[in-house]
Design a protein around this ligand. Structure first.
Ligand code: GCU
Length: 660
């Protein structure tokens, strides 16, 4: 008996000691190496597989789905210790007063999904770290189905735990992902816990340094999709380049090579079946003369795809897009892109767009401007946007956040960028409105960067040969020094040096179909130089504005050029006579737009513009208190929906068919 008691007490002491050690570790952080191994072991217990997502189910909103949107419990986890504390596995809830709960969802924060966390709790406005989400949901399984957990996006990393087990992880803040949970779900109540971490490292895409607010969380919808054992996972259906056929491919899951896949376009009398090839896809091609999709006539057709017992619908517009010499051809005709850049922020206030109504208001403002084109900067927006653009007749530029200084030497970083580009293309490959995939924004030149972007250009063309590839070039030091020393600065000193030549040299121009350029004549250069030179900023700005029309922008290779950013900041309601050249006044912003548009109208290679930007947006880099207050004020509309003078300057020209 005595020996038994001794053994028991030693055992209890050992367990107590280990849990004490673990508790101490959880609270005091790093410990000697051997206890790290203990912790890693515990982590591995909680995580069975950090599986990457399965291939994406297209058109998720069309699928039979159970929405998990709504109010979720949440815990802010500033030191990222929740996993060890059991939040993931057990989501410990105290059941009696003597239970010691420290890692628990009880009594706490709730967050609305979809939605960024920054605008839902004052502690989270600038928060960069981990937040745990939890919700319970009932499920009634059916025989012979596959079930997927689908997320529209989660910024930036997400770990998904279902009934205590790690289902998988995703990184990248703006693209959808799904996990097959057919085995993980059980009848009755299921526990879903998601860890979201919005921190980015120097090797992520993007890095922490961005001129937009790093909205974290489950920013887009979460749902459970049910599909039959055999289902249609993905497809690309479009108009052939010569306009005579509807062609593409359909990729079913769960059927063998040679099995039939059906394509139906009732309004065109198409009902054809095609055999699945050895690559798992059925190639589709059928003669057809559909009404062409265009901004003037955004015609969409109901398309149905069938395999086995599954049928899935989509609404697709048929059009062609190409570059020929210096022209962008839509349905064989040259087109000029009268656009505007857009960040994915709610039209009133800040925060990520998370409803179709908010997306519709935002694109409605673009249409009110007279735009036929929108640049969805600097990352993939919610799927609402390209689907609405399909219906509204807006052409779309979509982009991945390869933004500013990226770790171009790092193969993992490149994999991250390629994955995000692949996920974007997979989601939107059937959107007629989308004509441009953009690879990068203002990335500094260099060998590694060029190789990195060439790989992205190759991937985009391999994944989708039907669209154009673009990127916002960096003006490059040669262009800027030539412009400054042979044009602008001698003019500041009183010499007549017009025309001011801006000769863009960037190897990226060779990789893309449509080179794009961000320039800020009238805003950045004069102000910055005035701090270094003996002339006043007023004089520097005066010379720039008076001489701007003489600027000649030259890009290599005679390709069609888009000026993808120009603009100026203004706080809505701040006014001063235009002649005062008072920055941040609406009059100054309007004056910059007038001079920019006069100059751009004379650029022979220009085939589109997307001025920066539709609406003021949150940006932690913009700290000028009382004026910016962590908002980038280059919007034509304020965060309260007030249209500034410059909105009307641009609109007047667009509705008058500028630059013709
Ligand atoms: C840059 C960048 C934008 C930024 C803008 C600005 O060119 O592409 O992300 O917000 O200029 O300075 O306002």
């Amino acid at each position: 008996m005595r020996r038994l008691w001794t053994a028991l007490s030693v055992g209890l002491f050992a367990v107590g000691g280990a849990s004490l050690a673990l508790t101490v570790y959880l609270w005091v952080g790093d410990w000697p190496q051997q206890s790290r191994e203990l912790v890693d072991h515990l982590r591995s217990v909680a995580r069975n597989t950090g599986a990457p997502p399965q291939p994406l189910l297209q058109n998720a909103r069309e699928r039979e789905r159970v929405s998990l949107d709504g109010t979720w419990q949440a815990v802010i986890d500033p030191y990222a210790r929740g996993e060890l504390g059991g939040l993931a596995a057990r989501a410990l809830e105290p059941t009696s007063p003597s239970d010691l709960a420290e890692f628990s969802f009880a009594n706490g924060l709730t967050l609305e999904v979809p939605g960024d966390w920054n605008t839902q709790d004052p502690r989270l406005v600038f928060y960069q770290g981990v937040v745990w989400y939890k919700r319970l949901f009932d499920w009634q399984p059916r025989v012979g189905e596959r079930v997927f957990l689908h997320f529209g996006a989660a910024n930036y990393r997400a770990s998904i735990y279902l009934n205590g087990l790690l289902v998988g992880e995703h990184e990248g803040g703006f693209t959808p992902f799904n996990f097959d949970v057919s085995e993980g779900l059980h009848a009755g109540e299921n526990l879903l816990v998601v860890m979201v971490d919005n921190r980015r490292g120097a090797d992520d895409v993007p890095t922490p340094m961005t001129d937009w607010h790093n909205y974290g969380g489950l920013t887009r919808e979460v749902s459970v999709l049910r599909v039959p054992e055999v289902f249609v996972r993905s497809w690309q259906i479009g108009l052939s380049a010569d306009g005579s056929r509807i062609e593409g491919w359909v990729e079913p899951v769960g059927i063998e090579v040679g099995a039939a896949v059906e394509l139906a376009v009732p309004e065109l009398g198409i009902e054809e079946s095609f055999a699945v090839g050895t690559d798992g896809r059925a190639v589709v091609s059928v003669e057809a003369l559909p009404e062409r999709w265009s901004p003037e006539n955004p015609k969409l057709y109901d398309v149905e795809l069938r395999a086995g017992g599954d049928r899935v619908r989509d609404r697709i517009g048929f059009r062609t897009i190409a570059v020929e010499g210096g022209e962008i051809l839509l349905n064989g005709e040259p087109i000029f892109l009268r656009g505007i850049s857009i960040h994915e922020e709610r039209p009133l206030g800040g925060g990520r767009i998370h409803s179709e109504a908010q997306a519709a208001t935002t694109l409605g403002w673009a249409q009110e401007l007279g735009a036929n084109f929108v640049r969805l900067a600097h990352y993939p927006h919610d799927e609402f946007m390209p689907r609405l653009a399909d219906r509204m007749g807006l052409l779309v530029w979509e982009e991945i956040p390869v933004y500013w200084q990226i770790d171009f030497e790092n193969p993992t970083t490149r994999l991250r960028a390629e994955r995000q580009l692949g996920e974007l293309i997979e989601r939107d490959r059937n959107r007629a409105s989308v004509i441009l995939w953009s690879l990068a924004n203002e990335t500094p030149e260099g060998e590694a960067r060029d190789a990195f972007l060439q790989a992205l250009a190759d991937l985009a063309r391999a994944e989708d040969p039907t669209r154009l590839v673009t990127a916002a070039l960096l003006t490059g030091t040669d262009a800027l020094t030539g412009f400054l020393f042979w044009g602008y600065l001698p003019a500041v000193a009183g010499m007549d040096t017009t025309p001011w030549v801006f000769d863009v040299q960037d190897p990226l121009a060779e990789m893309v179909d449509v080179p794009a350029l961000n320039e800020y004549f009238g805003w950045y250069y004069s102000g910055a130089l005035a701090m270094l030179l003996p002339w006043s900023s007023h004089h520097m700005r005066r010379v720039m504005l008076d001489g701007m029309e003489s600027i000649e922008i030259r890009t290599p290779l005679g390709k069609p050029l888009i000026v993808s950013e120009f603009g100026a900041g203004a706080k809505a309601g701040m006014h001063a006579p235009a002649g005062e050249l008072a920055v941040y006044t609406e009059e100054y912003q309007a004056l910059v737009y007038e001079r920019q548009l006069a100059m751009l109208a004379k650029q022979p290679q220009l085939r589109g513009i997307s001025p920066w930007i539709l609406k003021d947006f949150r940006a932690p880099l913009r700290m000028y208190q009382g004026v910016q207050d962590y908002w980038n004020r280059k919007g034509l509309v304020s965060e309260r929906g007030e249209k500034k003078l410059a909105f009307h300057v641009l609109r007047d020209r667009y509705i008058a068919d500028w630059p013709h």
